[in-house]
Write a protein that binds this ligand. Structure first.
Ligand SMILES: *[C@@H]1O[C@H](CO)[C@@H](O)[C@H](O)[C@H]1NC(C)=O
Ligand SMILES: *[C@@H]1O[C@H](CO)[C@@H](O)[C@H](O)[C@H]1NC(C)=O
Ligand SMILES: *[C@@H]1O[C@H](CO)[C@@H](O)[C@H](O)[C@H]1NC(C)=O
Length: 975
C-alpha cells in the first residue's frame, strides 16, 4: 500500500464515494477494499483504549487485526467483533465497503449518532449487534428492505425513537429481533407476524401502545416473546396458544386486561410465564397445572380472584411462584407440598386465610412472603407447626401483617439460614425467644407491633450479622442488653413504644454503623453515655418520652439533634432541650469529673469524703496538664535557642508577620509549633522543672490552667494552657482572634503578650499580675487583712472601665467573676480571661453555659432562655453580682447549714426592708460612707435585672460610679 497517511487516504475515499463506479483496483492493484473500509471506519471513531492500534493502513490485509476475522481462502473480512472496546463517535460509511461481512458486532461501546439506512443491505450480513450504545434517531423506514440474508438484529439499549419501521415485516430471513430498551413508540406493525422464521422477539422497555395485533399464530417457530414494560392494551390474542414452541412469555408491565386466554394451556414447553403488573381478571385457571415445564409463574399485581387451584401442585419444576397483590382468597393449596423445586413463594397482599402449612419448612424454599393476608386467624402461632427436621434453607420469611397469635415458642434457631425475618403486625404474645441468638446469618429481625413481653434476650448479641432490629410497639420490659455491642453491623435499631427501663447502655456508642435509632416512649433513665457522640453515621436518634436526665452528649450528631427527638424527658438538659445544665447541683455538691472548672473545689469546700474525690481528680488533671505543658515549654525553649542563635548571626533572620501593627513581632515557625510575642523577643529562662511543681500553677478556669514563668529579663509572665483545644478554631482563625485580643490595651485589663500554637496545644502568654485575685482578697484573706472601702470602690470602678472598654471593642467577656479580677501591686484591678469565647468555633449557648459561664451565681438568666439573644448585657449582670460580692464580702451563692442563699436576692430583700446597710461586709462596719455604699448596692441590683434591656450599659455604669464617688444631685435618680 503506497499511501502513507490517513489524510491522503481520506481524500482518496472522498473521490471514491463521489464516483460510485470508480475502478478501485485499476487505480492501485494492491489495494484491499477491506483495509480501506476499516481504516475509514477507524478514522471516524475515538479509541481511547487503543484497542485498534493494530489496524495499520500499511498492511496488505486486515486479517491479523484485532477484532477482525477473515475467510481463510478469500482473505476477505467476514466478522468484526468489537464488543466492549470503549469506542465512541459515529459509525461512518467505511463499513459499507466490507462486502463479505457476515457478522457485525459493536455491542457495549459508546457509539452515537444515527445508523446508515444501507447497513442491512450488505449482501452477506447475517448478524448485526449494535446493542448497548448511545445510538439515536429513527430506525430508517427502509432499513429492512432488501435486507439480504439478515437473521439477527439487536439495537437494544440505545436511544432510538419513532416507530418500528413497517419494512421489518419484509425481512423474511429474520430469526431474532431485539429492539428492547429504546424509546420506540406507536403500535406494533402487524406485518411482524408474517416473519415465520422468527424465533425470538424482544421489544421490552419501549413506549409501544395499542393492542397486540392478531395473527401471531403464524409464528410457529417462536420460542420467546418479550413485550414487557410497554403500554399495550386490550386482551392477549388467542393465537398465542398456537405458537407451540414458546418457552418464554413476558407480557408484564403493560395495560393488558381480560382473562388469560385458555389457549395458553397448550404451551407445554413454556417454562417462563410472566403476566405481572397488568389488569388481568378472573381466577387462576385450573389448567395451569398442565404447563408442566413452568419454572417461573408470575401473576403478581393483577386483579386475579378466587382460590388458587390445587392443580398448581403438579408443577414439578416450578421454582418461582409470585401471586402477590391480587385478590386471592382461601388457603394455600395443600398440594403445593409437591412443588419440590420451589425456591421462592410470594402470596403477599392477598386475602388468604388459614394456617401456615408445615410443608413450607420441609421444602427447599429460600424465600417465603405471605405478608398482608389474613393468615393465622384461628391458629395458635406462626411457625409452631414446623418440624425440627426442616431443610433449614429458608432465608427470607415474611409473615408480617397477618393475624398470627400465640407465643413464639418455636425454636427459631433451627432456621439457621434465615437472613430476613419479619413477623411484625401480628398478635404474638410471650417473650422473644433467646434462640434468635442462634441465627448467625440474620440481617433483619422485625417483631414490631405485636404483644410480646419479657425482656430483650441477652442472646440477641449472638445474632451478630443483624443490620436492622425492630421490636417497637410491644410490651417489652427490662433493660437494653449490653450484649447488643456484638451486633456491630447494626444500622437500624427501633425499640420504641415498650416498657424498657434502666440506662441506655454505653455499648450502643460502639455500634459505628448506626444510622437510625429510636428508643422513644419507654422508661429509660439515667444519663446519656458520652460515647454516643462518637457515632459517625447517625441520621436520627430519638430518645423522646423517657426519664433520661443530665447533659445531652456534646458533639457530632448531638449538636444538631432536633428538639422533638429529645422532648418529654423532664430532667434532660442542654441546648436541644432549651435548658441549660447547672454547673453545680445544690447541696450536697456533686462534682462532675469532666467539668473543665474544678476551681469550685477551692471555692466551696465540702465534706471530707467529697474533698478526697476532688483532690484525686484534680491531681490527675494536674499531672496531665503538667505533662503537656512540659512538652510545650521544651518546644518553646528550643525555639528560643533557635531564635537567639539566629539573631546573634543576623538580625535579618527574624521574620516579621506581614501587615502586623506590632512593632516587633518575631515569629518562629517550626514543626513543633509557632510562637509569637506581640512585643519584643520571646525569652524564657525558666527551666521546665519549674512547671512540674504546683507552686507555679496560678489557678484554673473554664479555659484551662494558668502557670507562672519568668522571662530572662526577670519579668514574670502568666501562661495559660487552653484545655479546650479540641474546640479551638483553625490556626488561621485562632491567630486572627488572638491578635485582635492582643491589640486591646487598657490599664484595667490583663495584657495579652503573645501566644504559642500547635494543633494540639495552645498557650496564651499574659502579663503577670502580682497581687492575686479579688476572690482571694475577699474570701480568703486573713482576719486583719481586708480590703478597705476605698480599695473596693476602686476595684469596682476599674473593673467597670475595663468592661466598658471591651464592649466598645465589641468583645463580650462572658466570664465575669471575682477570680478573674486580679489586683496589681498598687491595688488596681485588672480583668483577665476576656474574649476567649471567640476562640471557639461555635458561640453556642450550650458551650457558653457549660464551658465558660460555669461560675456559680454570675450567670445571666438569659443563658437558660432560648428566645432571648445573648449580648453584652450578660456581662453587666455578672458585673452586678460582682459589685454586690465586693460590697458585702459574700459569695454570689452561699451554702448554709440547710439553706442556699443567693446574694442578689438577699440584698434586694434587705433593701425592701430598709436595712440594706446591714449587708455591707461586717469587717467594714463603721468604716464606710453609707452615701456611697447604698447607691453602689442599688446599682448592683439594677445591673442584675432579669430583663437584659433593663440593665444599664457599662459606659453608663462608669458614669454613675463616678457620680457616686463625688456625690451630687445626680445620685438621687438611682433609687
Ligand atoms: C461517550 O461519548 C461521549 C461523546 O460522544 C463522551 O462525551 C463521553 O465521555 C463518552 N463516555 C464514555 C464512558 O466514554
Ligand atoms: C436483548 O438485548 C438486551 C440488551 O443487550 C439483552 O439484555 C436481552 O437479553 C436481549 N433479549 C433477548 C431475547 O435476547
Ligand atoms: C459477644 O461476643 C463475645 C466475643 O465474641 C462472646 O464471647 C459473647 O458470647 C457474645 N455475646 C453473646 C450474647 O452472644
Amino acid at each position: 500500500m503506497n499511501m502513507k497517511n490517513l489524510s491522503s487516504l481520506m481524500l482518496f475515499w472522498v473521490v471514491l464515494l463521489l464516483v460510485p463506479s470508480f475502478p478501485v483496483r485499476s487505480l492501485s492493484p494492491s489495494l484491499n477494499d477491506d483495509v480501506l473500509g476499516l481504516i475509514v471506519f477507524k478514522a471516524d471513531i475515538q479509541d481511547p483504549s487503543q484497542k485498534l492500534s493494530s489496524w495499520n493502513e500499511d498492511d496488505d490485509t486486515p486479517c491479523n487485526w484485532f477484532g477482525v476475522k477473515c475467510n481463510p481462502r478469500s482473505s476477505r473480512v467476514t466478522e468484526l467483533n468489537l464488543d466492549g472496546f470503549t469506542l465512541s463517535g459515529r459509525i461512518g460509511r467505511g463499513l459499507l465497503q466490507l462486502k463479505f461481512l457476515r457478522k457485525l458486532s459493536l455491542a457495549r461501546n459508546n457509539l452515537s449518532g444515527t445508523i446508515s439506512p444501507n447497513l442491512a443491505k450488505l449482501e452477506s450480513l447475517r448478524i448485526i449487534d449494535l446493542s448497548e450504545n448511545s445510538l439515536s434517531g429513527f430506525i430508517p423506514d427502509d432499513f429492512f428492505k432488501q435486507c439480504g440474508s439478515l437473521r439477527s438484529i439487536s439495537l437494544a439499549n440505545n436511544r432510538f425513537s419513532g416507530k418500528i419501521p413497517v419494512s421489518l415485516g419484509s425481512c423474511a430471513t429474520l430469526a431474532d429481533i431485539n429492539l428492547s430498551w429504546n424509546q420506540l413508540s406507536g403500535s406494533l406493525p402487524a406485518g411482524i407476524w408474517g416473519l415465520n422464521g422468527l424465533r425470538s422477539l424482544d421489544l421490552s422497555g419501549n413506549l409501544l401502545e395499542g393492542e397486540i395485533p392478531k395473527g401471531i399464530e403464524a409464528l410457529n417457530n417462536l420460542r420467546s416473546i418479550n413485550l414487557s414494560k410497554n403500554r399495550f392494551t386490550g386482551q392477549v390474542p388467542d393465537g398465542i396458544g398456537s405458537c407451540l414452541l414458546l418457552r418464554s412469555i413476558d407480557l408484564s408491565m403493560n395495560l393488558l386486561s381480560g382473562s388469560v386466554p385458555n389457549t395458553i394451556q397448550k404451551l407445554s414447553l413454556c417454562s417462563y410465564l410472566n403476566l405481572s403488573m397488568n389488569s388481568f381478571v378472573g381466577e387462576v385457571p385450573e389448567w395451569i397445572g398442565e404447563m408442566k415445564n413452568l419454572e417461573t409463574l408470575d401473576f403478581s399485581m393483577n386483579k386475579f380472584s378466587g382460590q388458587v387451584p390445587e392443580s398448581i401442585g403438579s408443577l414439578n419444576l416450578l421454582k418461582v411462584l409470585n401471586f402477590s397483590a391480587n385478590g386471592l382468597n382461601g388457603s394455600l393449596p395443600a398440594s403445593m407440598e409437591n412443588n419440590v423445586n420451589l425456591l421462592a413463594l410470594d402470596f403477599s397482599q392477598n386475602l388468604m386465610t388459614g394456617d401456615l402449612p408445615g410443608w413450607i419448612f420441609k421444602s427447599g424454599l429460600n424465600e417465603v412472603s405471605l405478608s398482608e393476608n389474613k393468615l393465622g386467624v384461628n391458629s395458635s402461632n406462626p411457625i409452631s407447626a414446623s418440624p425440627r427436621t426442616s431443610l433449614q434453607k429458608i432465608q427470607v420469611l415474611d409473615l408480617s401483617h397477618n393475624s398470627f397469635s400465640g407465643e413464639l415458642t418455636y425454636d427459631i434457631g433451627v432456621l439457621s439460614s434465615l437472613q430476613f425475618l419479619n413477623l411484625s403486625r401480628n398478635s404474638l404474645i410471650g417473650p422473644v425467644p433467646g434462640t434468635v441468638g442462634e441465627l448467625k446469618a440474620l440481617d433483619v429481625l422485625d417483631l414490631s407491633h405485636n404483644q410480646l413481653n419479657g425482656s430483650i434476650p441477652m442472646e440477641i448479641g449472638g445474632a451478630f450479622s443483624l443490620k436492622d432490629l425492630r421490636l417497637n410497639a410491644n410490651f417489652l420490659g427490662g433493660k437494653i442488653p449490653t450484649s447488643i455491642e456484638n451486633c456491630t453491623s447494626l444500622y437500624t435499631l427501633i425499640i420504641s413504644q415498650n416498657n424498657l427501663s434502666g440506662p441506655i447502655p454505653a455499648e450502643i456508642g460502639k455500634l459505628n454503623n448506626l444510622e437510625n435509632v429510636d428508643l422513644s416512649y419507654n422508661n429509660l433513665a439515667g444519663t446519656l453515655p458520652k460515647q454516643l457522640a462518637n457515632l459517625p453515621h447517625l441520621l436520627s436518634f430519638n430518645i423522646s418520652h423517657n426519664n433520661l436526665q443530665g447533659e445531652l452528649p456534646a458533639g457530632g450528631f448531638f449538636n444538631t439533634i432536633s428538639p422533638t427527638a429529645v422532648s418529654g424527658n423532664p430532667s434532660l438538659c442542654g441546648s436541644a432541650v432549651n435548658k441549660s445544665c447547672p454547673a453545680v447541683l445544690p447541696k450536697p455538691i456533686v462534682l462532675n469529673p469532666n467539668s473543665s472548672s474544678d476551681s469550685i473545689s477551692e471555692e466551696f469546700p465540702t465534706t471530707v469524703g467529697h474533698k478526697r474525690i476532688i483532690l484525686s481528680i484534680s491531681a490527675l488533671i494536674a499531672i496531665g496538664a503538667a505533662a503537656v505543658i512540659v512538652v510545650g515549654v521544651i518546644a518553646i525553649t528550643v525555639l528560643n535557642l533557635r531564635v537567639r542563635s539566629s539573631t546573634s548571626r543576623s538580625a535579618a533572620a527574624l521574620t516579621f508577620s506581614a501587615g502586623d501593627d506590632f512593632s516587633h513581632s518575631p515569629t518562629t515557625d517550626a514543626n513543633s509549633g509557632k510562637l509569637v510575642m506581640f512585643s519584643g523577643e520571646p525569652d524564657f529562662s525558666t527551666g521546665a522543672h519549674a512547671l512540674f511543681t504546683k507552686d507555679c500553677e496560678l489557678g484554673r478556669g473554664g479555659f484551662g490552667a494558668v502557670y507562672r514563668t519568668v522571662l530572662r529579663d526577670g519579668r514574670s509572665v502568666a501562661i495559660k494552657k487552653l484545655t479546650v483545644s479540641s474546640l479551638v478554631k483553625s490556626q488561621e482563625e485562632f491567630e486572627r482572634e488572638v491578635k485582635k485580643l492582643g491589640k486591646i490595651q487598657h490599664s484595667n485589663l490583663v495584657a495579652l503578650e503573645g501566644y504559642y500554637w500547635t494543633p494540639s496545644l495552645q498557650l496564651l502568654i499574659y502579663e503577670f499580675v502580682s497581687g492575686g485575685s479579688l476572690y482571694k482578697h475577699l474570701h480568703e484573706g486573713s482576719v486583719g487583712n481586708y480590703l478597705s472601702w476605698n480599695d473596693r470602690f476602686s476595684i469596682i470602678l476599674g473593673t467597670a472601665k475595663s468592661l466598658a472598654h471591651l464592649h466598645q471593642s465589641n468583645i463580650i467577656h462572658y466570664n465575669i467573676k471575682s477570680s478573674n479580677v486580679l489586683i496589681d501591686g498598687s491595688g488596681e484591678p485588672k480583668l483577665g480571661d476576656y474574649g476567649l469565647a471567640r476562640l471557639l468555633p461555635m458561640l453556642d449557648r450550650y458551650v457558653l453555659s457549660s464551658k465558660i459561664q460555669s461560675a456559680l451565681g454570675y450567670m445571666a438568666p438569659e443563658f437558660a432562655c432560648r428566645t432571648v439573644k445573648i449580648n453584652e448585657k450578660c456581662d453587666v449582670y455578672g458585673f452586678g453580682v460582682l459589685v454586690l460580692e465586693v460590697v458585702t464580702g459574700k459569695r454570689p451563692v452561699e451554702y448554709m447549714e440547710d439553706d442556699v442563699v443567693v446574694l442578689c436576692d438577699m440584698v434586694r430583700g434587705a433593701l425592701e426592708e430598709g436595712r440594706v446597710e446591714e449587708c455591707v461586709d461586717g469587717r467594714l462596719q463603721g468604716k464606710f460612707p453609707a452615701e456611697e455604699a447604698i447607691p453602689v448596692m442599688k446599682l448592683g441590683l439594677i445591673c442584675t435585672s432579669q430583663v437584659p434591656s433593663n440593665r444599664p450599659d457599662m459606659g453608663e455604669v462608669v458614669n454613675i460610679l463616678e457620680l457616686i464617688r463625688c456625690p451630687s444631685e445626680g445620685q438621687e435618680d438611682l433609687g
